[in-house]
Design a protein. Structure first.
Ligand SMILES: [Zn+2]
Length: 303
C-alpha cells in the first residue's frame, strides 16, 4: 500500500488540512518553496489566537498615492503572483510575511501553520503573537479583484469558526489607530486591519471594501477605541453566567459551544432543534477532534 500523501486543498491548522468551501488553497506542506524563511516567523507561544489581521500587499491608496481603491469584477489571471511574493519574502532580509496570500484569481497560498506559527506581518510583537495575518494581492493601481475579496471573506469566516474568533470588527475607521492594538492587542478579539495597528501604512492596508463585505456577511461593528466591544460582551457574559471581563476568550468560547452556538460564534446563533430534539442541520460534533477547546468546532467546516 502506498504511503504517499494525498493532496487535499485546505488550510493547515495544527498539522491538519481543513478544506474551506469554495476556496482553492496551496500550502507549504504540498509546496515546500512556500514555507517561511526563519526571519519571517517563529513558533507561537500563546495557545489563544484571538485576531485576524487583514492586509493589502501595496497598501495603496495612501496619503502619497490617492488613486481610488476600486474593485475589478470577477477574477484576475492565474499567474502565480502569490507564490512569487512568497519567494520574494524568502529572499528579503527584512522580517516580512503573513500566514497566507490571496492571489488575484482568488486562490490562496498558505505559508505557515495557523496554530503553531506566528508570522511577522503587523510590525507589532503582541499582535503578531496573537493573530493570523492575511495579505490580499493588489494590482499596481491599488485595485482589488472581486475574487480576492470573496476568498478573504470565506477564509475569515472559516478561521473564525475554527478558532472561535468572534465575528466583529473595528468600525468606523476614522484614520486613527486603535490604542489597544498598538499596545499589543491582548484584550482585542476579532478581525482588524493593519491600519488599526500602525500609522506607517495607509488607510488602504486593507481599505474599507473588505470590512464592508464582512459587515454585509453579518459581522458586528464595534468602536474598539471606545471599548464598545467590552461593554457588549460584559452583558453577554452575564447572560452566560461567566466572569464579566468583556473579552470573549477561551472560557466564553467554551460556554458558547456548550450552549449550542454554531462555531462558538455569538452572531451565528444557536442550533435549531426540531421535534425529535436533534439539531436541524445535523450533529455539531461529527468526529473526535484532538484540538484544544476552541478548535473542536473544526468539524463544522467540513461541509
Ligand atoms: Zn499590512
Amino acid at each position: 500500500m502506498s504511503s504517499a500523501k494525498v493532496s487535499t486543498s485546505g488550510l493547515v491548522i495544527k498539522n491538519r488540512v481543513v478544506p474551506v468551501s469554495g476556496v482553492e488553497i496551496v500550502d507549504f506542506l504540498d509546496v515546500p518553496g512556500l514555507a517561511l524563511a526563519p526571519e519571517d516567523g517563529q513558533k507561537r507561544r500563546t495557545r489563544w489566537v484571538r485576531m485576524q489581521i487583514l492586509h493589502t500587499t501595496k497598501g495603496i491608496p495612501h496619503h502619497r498615492n490617492r488613486t481610488p481603491q476600486r474593485v475589478r469584477p470577477g477574477a484576475g489571471p492565474r499567474d502565480g503572483r502569490d507564490r512569487a511574493l512568497a519567494s520574494y519574502w524568502q529572499r528579503d532580509p527584512r522580517s516580512s510575511a503573513a500566514h497566507g496570500v490571496i492571489d488575484v484569481d482568488g486562490s490562496v497560498a498558505q505559508l505557515a501553520d495557523l496554530v503553531l506559527d506566528k508570522t511577522f506581518h503587523a510590525g507589532n510583537r503582541g499582535v503578531n503573537e496573537f493573530s493570523i495575518g492575511w495579505e490580499m494581492f493588489q494590482e499596481g493601481d491599488g485595485s482589488l479583484w472581486e475574487s480576492t475579496l470573496d476568498a478573504q471573506v470565506a477564509l475569515v469566516i472559516a478561521v473564525g469558526r475554527a478558532f472561535g474568533i468572534q465575528f466583529q470588527i473595528h468600525h468606523p475607521y476614522t484614520g486613527a489607530t486603535v490604542p489597544r492594538l498598538v499596545d499589543g492587542g491582548a484584550d482585542c478579539v476579532g478581525v482588524f486591519g493593519h491600519r488599526d495597528v500602525t500609522s506607517n501604512r495607509g488607510h488602504s492596508d486593507p481599505g474599507d471594501m473588505i470590512f464592508d463585505r464582512l459587515m454585509d456577511a453579518g459581522f458586528e461593528a464595534f468602536d474598539f477605541s471606545a471599548g464598545e466591544d467590552r461593554e457588549v460582551w460584559k452583558e453577554r457574559q452575564e447572560q452566560l453566567g461567566l466572569v464579566t471581563d468583556g473579552i470573549p476568550g477561551p472560557q466564553t468560547v467554551a460556554r458558547l459551544r456548550e450552549a449550542g452556538y454554531r462555531g462558538s460564534i455569538w452572531v451565528l446563533g444557536k442550533q435549531c432543534n426540531d421535534d425529535d430534539g436533534k439539531p436541524e442541520d445535523g450533529p455539531m460534533e461529527t468526529r473526535v477532534c484532538e484540538f484544544p477547546c476552541p478548535l473542536r468546532s473544526l468539524a463544522q467546516l467540513l461541509v
